[in-house]
Design a protein around this ligand. Structure first.
Ligand code: 13P
Length: 249
């Protein structure tokens, strides 16, 4: 079965609730003929306004983080069931910014991934190497470690999405070439299949992320291994994001 493409915006810490609602309102008519899954991952505080704004459209809602416990004394955190009740269907887990600035580890990424799956959310789990690691020839080794640790205990890979985001390409304007991204994503798929036999890895969707924009999306999306994109900066402009979503036109 063909894997359905998925284009997701990661707004990061941008857009107040009102700004977010306005962006979605502008986006709606531009993506109404999209052939792929379209997701906007918004700041948690924006979720109720965004939920109203996406009503009647094919845009789905995502969050940017989730705690692994169901409830309890975790000041400032948000559980999977809270997100679910607010109409969220996707959640980014283990973004490199969270690993870098907020102490996220492979162990907590794994716990958050399992908690999201348990609650019926679709995790978009981010993995990828740093510039130093790529230049040192360590890309596959780094990915092997992340794959083994982040996905331990996952029973069905059709229910999650991996975003391959080379850290050196995030917000830098330096995109991986389509060939580089395709090759690495192909490697990730092979590795998941090998490490997790019988867990539906054939239906796993893998996105590319890192300076993907209206200009390079078509070329990246034409690659056989690339099933979608996780878009930062270019998801903040309705016109740019819609060009990426309509990559097949
Ligand atoms: P940019 O598209 O701004 O490089 O960000 C990529 C990203 O981190 C998406 O999660």
């Amino acid at each position: 079965m063909a894997r359905r493409p998925i284009i997701a915006g990661n707004w990061k810490m941008n857009n107040t609730p009102a700004e977010g609602a306005a962006l979605i309102a502008a986006l709606k008519p531009l993506v109404k003929e999209a052939k792929c899954d379209v997701v906007v991952c918004v700041p948690a505080i924006d979720i109720p306004a965004a939920k109203k704004a996406v009503h009647g459209s094919r845009i789905r809602l995502g969050a940017q983080n989730v705690h692994f416990s169901e409830k309890g004394a975790y000041t400032g955190e948000i559980s999977a069931s809270m997100l679910k009740e607010c109409g969220v269907q996707y959640v980014i887990v283990g973004h490199s910014e969270r690993r870098q600035y907020f102490g996220e580890t492979d162990e907590t990424v794994n716990k958050r991934t399992l908690a999201a799956l348990n609650a019926g959310l679709i995790p978009i789990v981010c993995i990828g190497e740093s510039l130093e690691e790529r230049e040192g020839g360590l890309t596959q080794k780094v990915l092997d470690k992340q794959i083994a640790a982040d996905f331990a205990g996952v029973e069905d890979f059709s229910k999650l999405v991996i975003a391959y985001e080379p850290i050196w390409a995030i917000g830098t304007g330096r995109t991986a070439t389509a060939e580089q991204a395709n090759e690495t994503i192909g490697y990730i798929r092979k590795r998941v299949k090998k490490l997790f036999p019988g867990k539906n890895a054939g239906r796993l969707r893998i996105q590319y992320g890192g300076s993907m924009n209206a200009k390079n999306a078509k070329e990246l999306m034409a690659m056989p291994e690339i099933d979608g994109g996780l878009i930062g900066g270019a998801s903040l402009k309705a016109e740019d994001f819609s060009v990426i979503v309509n990559f097949d036109k």
